[in-house]
Design a protein around this ligand. Structure first.
Ligand SMILES: Nc1ncnc2c1ncn2[C@@H]1O[C@H](COP(=O)(O)OP(=O)(O)OP(=O)(O)O)[C@@H](O)[C@H]1O
Ligand SMILES: [Mg+2]
Length: 363
């Protein structure tokens, strides 16, 4: 590393304020940038989603790094984003979360206790993991703290950080996408959060590659889980059965045919997908949706592009027997400047992760 680079690194490390939120999903790279709004709220400075082509990521392995780098660079340039310090979101099998209770003590002791206790829950090995945590509460009577731990496989995160670096961003924080959704959710439902937290909620992010879900109770997530089912399977099925390209299939699915109608063939593919997803969710959530279970939850919230699939909400409602509500990040943002209607709509249903990541700051 040259001295010039070293100085650059030091400067970057001293930079303060909001981080550039970078969500690298299977269908698109999404970037959000926040500024200080009125009364401690968040003002949206920039948001953009840049679509990725077919198979640019396969099972967390980036197949076309140049495409990811180009997407980031294009978004930064087009939106005049000058900030260079990023919060990178991760998900998939190279990440894990665990809710823990450990003995209370001073800051260092608690930290040691959490790291010690969490090691056994990391499937890819604690030595290869970067571990972070957040304290959710303290139980003074029992002298324990309640924490949620997140871990990510270091070499995978480093690869992604390398792409960001090539695009001109320095990664300061690596966060988990599901935590980003959690933070947006908590702000969106701030006024009812105490009740929701007591009654329990299921939060689902329906992506292209994964369906991530979380059970929220007692001030934070108690369980997170990723299911290997997402919208790209529908796209691939449309490609196969209708003999069209990935882009055409994606367009047909989202926008319908020339008249804006969904062809019969697609409707049945969507139905089959919904059924499959509901079956998988049922297995994971069995405990939480069974009537009479002491673990039963009373709320269900969804986000992600897949939440737009016609019929998905009704199917989830039937499964859980609770009303399904959208998480809309627009509700917590002050919007100033020039955002088009379609950009804001995009952000509302697909931007929760990027927004949550962009809410992180360094002081
Ligand atoms: N109107 C719609 N109908 C059906 N599917 C839709 C619609 N709009 C978006 N989708 C699907 O949602 C998916 C994109 O959602 P999202 O941006 O949340 O995923 P992602 O973050 O890229 O994926 P992942 O998090 O799994 O890596 C795509 O599969 C897309 O086809
Ligand atoms: Mg996603």
């Amino acid at each position: 590393m040259s001295i010039g680079e070293k100085i650059q690194e030091i400067r970057l490390n001293m930079a303060k304020g909001y981080l550039v939120g970078v969500d690298i999903g299977l269908s698109a790279v999404k970037i959000a940038v926040m500024a200080e709004g009125k009364k401690g709220s968040y003002r949206l400075e920039a948001y953009e989603s840049f679509p990725l082509s077919e198979a640019s990521i396969i099972e967390d392995e980036v197949q076309k790094p140049e495409e990811i780098i180009n997407a980031i660079q294009t978004i930064l340039k087009k939106n005049g984003i000058k900030r260079k310090i990023a919060c990178l979101g991760m998900d998939g099998p190279n990440t894990v979360t665990k809710r823990l209770q450990v003995p209370d003590g001073d800051k260092e002791e608690v930290e040691d206790n959490i790291f010690w206790e969490s090691e056994q829950y990391i499937p890819f090995g604690a030595d290869d993991a970067q571990i972070g945590f957040s304290i959710i509460g303290r139980n003074e009577d029992e002298d324990v703290v309640d924490a949620i731990v997140g871990a990510v496989k270091i070499d995978v995160a480093e690869k992604y950080m390398e792409y960001l670096k090539e695009a001109g961003l320095h990664t300061r924080v690596v966060d988990l996408n599901i935590f980003a959704v959690n933070n947006v959710f908590e702000l969106c439902f701030h006024d009812q959060l105490e009740d929701i937290s007591e009654e329990g909620a299921i939060i689902i992010d329906l992506g292209a590659q994964y369906t991530s879900l979380m059970v929220y109770r007692g001030g934070g997530p108690i369980l997170t889980k990723e299911i290997n089912l997402g919208g790209v399977l529908i796209t691939e099925e449309i490609q196969r059965s209708m003999g069209v390209s990935y882009e055409e299939a994606e367009d047909l699915k989202v926008n319908g045919d020339d008249n804006g109608n969904l062809p019969e063939e697609i409707i049945s593919i969507l139905e089959a997908h919904i059924n499959r997803l509901v079956e998988e969710l049922k297995k994971v959530l069995n405990f939480y949706i069974a009537a009479g279970s002491s673990e039963q939850v009373s709320h269900c919230f969804i986000t992600g592009g897949g939440a737009q699939i016609p019929g998905i909400k009704d199917a989830l409602q039937d499964l859980t027997d609770i009303e399904v509500e959208d998480i809309n990040p627009l509700e917590i943002l002050e919007i100033k400047g020039s955002f088009s209607e379609s950009e804001l709509e995009e952000l509302a249903y697909r931007g929760a992760v990027a927004v949550g990541l962009a809410m992180r700051r360094v002081d």
